[in-house]
Write a protein that binds this ligand. Structure first.
Ligand SMILES: Cc1cc2nc3c(=O)[nH]c(=O)nc-3n(C[C@H](O)[C@H](O)[C@H](O)COP(=O)(O)OP(=O)(O)OC[C@H]3O[C@@H](n4cnc5c(N)ncnc54)[C@H](O)[C@@H]3O)c2cc1C
Ligand code: SF4
Length: 478
C-alpha cells in the first residue's frame, strides 16, 4: 500500500446520503458516492492492510473479486489496471458497486476490531472512472465460433452470462418478456438505489458488442422451450423467481392490497416514462402498511414516502435482530443483525413479532389489518427457531394501502417449462446441478430461477459458473 500504516491512521468514511428532506422529493440516487470527493477513494483504499489471507475475497465476495490487489492499485491511482483486475471477476461493477450489500466488508479483517474497508464504494469508483475515461471497452470477440445460444431473461444473471459467452465468441440472443432488459435491476430495484440510466448504459454497450436482445418475447407463451432448443445449440434459463408469496387470510380480496412488485415496477416505469398495464397503485395521501421486513419491503417504504404517503409502517413476523453482529454469526460470516436502510431513515415505523390474521375493509376497500403479537424461541445456534402467538395480544393497524413483500416462491413459467419435461426442485425452483445443467440435454439455468430469491452479486456469480459449463458443452458439440 502507498501508506502501510493507513489502516491505523485513516478512519473509514461511512456511506453518505443526500439530506432526507431533499431526497424524498425525487427518485434520484440517494447516495453521495465517494468517487465524487477528490482523493477520498485512494485514501480509503489505503486502509486495506493486504492482511495475507483475504477473507473479503474468499469468504466474503461471491464473485471472488481480487480485493486487496485492486485496493493496492487504486491507492496508487492505477485505475486502468484496477479495472482490468476487477473485470476479470465482475462483469458489472457499476451495478454491484451500487446495490451489493457487500458481504466482503462483513468479512474484512480490518472489521475485526475496527471498521472494514469501504470495498463496495472503491469498486464503484473504479467502474465509474472507467466509463468516464472510455476504458469500459467493448468485449467484441476476435472470431465467432458459429455456435448459437439463447438466454431467457435479461436480469443480472442473464446479462452476466451473455457478456461472458459473447466474449468467448458464441452468438447470443437474449429473450426478455419485459419491454426492456435489466430484470429486477430495471423493474424491481427503485431508481433511488440504482438509476436506470446505468442499466441502459450497460445494455447499449452489450448491443455494440454484438448481443441481440429480443424484448417483449415470453418463452413458454410466445415461443415454446422446445422450439428454442431446436433453433439454438444451447438454451440458458435465467428468468428469476417472480411468483410472489401471498397472504391468503380473510379479507385478501379487498381493494388496496397489492404485491410489492406490482407497486414497485409501476413506479420504475413511471420514472422512465414507460406505460404500464392495470390500475394505478399510489401511496399518495394513504396510510401504508408494508408486510415483510426485507429489502423489497424497504424499497416499498422509500417509494411510498416519495409518492406522498401520510404514514408508512413496516411489519415483520420475525423478531428484531440485534443492533450489532449476533454471536450466532461470528466474523467472517454474513452477520445476523439489524439492517436500517436509507428508506427506513426517511420516516417509517417498524414493528417486529407481528402476525397478520385478517384484513378488514369498508365498501370493498382495505381499511386495516387485524394482527397478533408472537414470541420466538431460539435454536442452539442462537437464531430464531419457532414462534407462538401471544394470547390476548390482538390489535388493529389502520391502512388504506397494503403492500405484500414476503418473498418469492419460484419462476412464473413453471407450467410451460414442465410441458417441455423440465424438472423442478422441492422448493419449486428449476432443478440444476452445481454446474447449471438441468435434466434436459441442451438446457441450462442460473440465477434466482435455480437458487430462489437472492442477491444481484449471487445471481452474477452463479451465471459466471454457468458460462464455463456452456462454453465446455459447445466446444464438445460435433
Ligand atoms: C424489489 C427488490 C429489490 C432488490 N434489491 C436488491 C439489492 O438492493 N441488492 C441486491 O443485491 N439484490 C436485490 N434484490 C435481489 C436481486 O434483484 C435478484 O436476486 C436478482 O435480480 C436476480 O437476478 P436474475 O437475473 O436471476 O433474475 P431477475 O432479475 O428476476 O431477472 C429475470 C428476467 O427474466 C425475465 N423472464 C422471466 N421469465 C421469462 C420468460 N419465460 N421469457 C422471457 N423472459 C423471462 C424477467 O422478465 C426478468 O427480466 C432485490 C429484489 C427485489 C425484488
Ligand atoms: S461484488 Fe459485492 S461482495 Fe463482491 S467485492 Fe463488490 S461489494 Fe464486495
Amino acid at each position: 500500500m502507498a501508506n502501510p500504516k493507513a489502516f491505523m491512521e485513516v478512519k473509514r468514511r461511512e456511506v453518505e446520503y443526500r439530506p432526507v428532506e431533499e431526497r424524498v422529493k425525487d427518485f434520484n440516487e440517494v447516495e453521495n458516492f465517494l468517487f465524487h470527493s477528490p482523493g477520498a477513494v485512494e485514501e480509503q483504499a489505503e486502509r486495506c492492510m493486504d492482511c495475507g489471507i483475504p477473507f473479503c475475497h474468499g469468504a466474503g465476495c461471491p464473485l471472488s473479486n481480487v480485493i486487496p490487489e485492486f485496493n493496492e492499485l487504486v491507492s496508487r491511482k492505477h485505475y486502468e489496471e484496477a479495472l482490468r483486475l476487477l473485470l476479470s471477476t465482475n462483469e458489472f461493477p457499476e451495478f454491484t458497486g451500487r446495490v451489493c450489500p457487500a458481504p466482503c466488508e462483513a468479512a474484512c479483517t480490518a472489521g475485526l476490531n475496527d471498521d472494514p474497508v469501504t470495498i463496495r464504494e472503491i469498486e464503484l469508483a473504479v467502474a465509474e472512472e472507467a466509463f468516464k475515461r472510455g476504458w469500459m471497452s467493448l468485449g467484441v470477440p476476435v472470431e465467432r465460433t458459429g455456435r448459437k445460444v439463447a438466454v431467457v431473461g435479461a436480469g443480472p444473471a442473464g446479462l452476466a452470462l451473455t457478456a461472458k459467452l459473447n466474449r468467448l465468441g458464441h452468438s447470443v440472443t437474449v429473450f426478455e418478456r419485459s419491454n426492456a432488459p435489466g430484470g429486477l435491476l430495471r423493474y424491481g430495484i427503485p431508481d433511488f438505489k440504482l438509476d436506470k440510466g446505468i442499466v441502459r448504459r450497460r445494455v447499449a454497450l452489450m448491443r455494440d458488442e454484438g448481443v441481440v436482445f429480443e424484448t417483449g418475447v415470453a418463452i413458454g407463451e410466445d415461443m415454446s422451450l422446445n422450439l428454442l432448443r431446436r433453433k439454438f445449440d444451447a438454451v440458458c434459463l435465467c428468468g428469476g423467481s417472480s411468483t410472489p408469496r401471498d397472504l391468503p387470510i380473510p379479507g385478501r380480496d379487498l381493494r388496496g392490497i397489492h404485491f410489492a412488485m406490482d407497486f414497485l415496477s409501476q413506479q420504475n416505469k413511471r420514472v422512465s416514462g414507460e406505460p404500464f398495464d392495470g390500475d394505478e397503485i399510489s401511496a399518495r395521501g394513504k396510510r401504508v402498511v408494508v408486510i415483510g421486513g426485507g429489502d423489497t419491503g424497504s424499497d416499498c417504504v422509500g417509494t411510498s414516502i416519495r409518492q406522498g404517503a401520510v404514514s408508512v409502517t413496516q411489519i415483520e413476523i420475525m423478531p428484531k435482530p440485534p443492533e450489532g453482529r449476533s454471536e450466532a454469526t461470528p466474523w467472517p460470516e454474513w452477520p445476523y443483525q439489524l439492517r436500517t436502510s436509507s428508506s427506513h431513515k426517511e420516516g417509517c415505523e417498524r414493528l417486529w413479532n407481528i402476525a397478520s390474521k385478517s384484513f378488514v375493509g369498508k365498501n370493498g376497500e382495505v381499511a386495516g389489518i387485524e394482527a397478533v403479537k408472537v414470541e420466538w424461541s431460539y435454536n442452539a445456534k442462537g437464531l430464531p427457531g419457532k414462534f407462538v402467538e401471544l394470547p390476548d395480544s390482538g390489535f388493529k393497524l389502520e391502512a388504506d394501502l397494503v403492500l405484500l413483500a414476503m418473498g418469492f416462491v419460484g419462476p412464473a413459467d413453471k407450467d410451460a417449462y414442465a410441458v417441455a419435461g423440465l424438472e423442478f426442485s422441492e422448493r419449486g425452483n428449476i432443478a440444476a446441478d452445481c454446474a447449471g445443467r438441468t435434466n434436459l440435454d441442451n438446457v441450462f439455468a442460473a440465477g434466482d430461477i435455480v437458487t430462489g430469491p437472492s442477491l444481484v452479486v449471487r445471481a452474477m456469480a452463479n451465471a459466471a459458473q454457468l458460462a464455463a459449463t456452456v462454453d465446455g458443452f459447445l466446444k464438445e458439440l460435433a
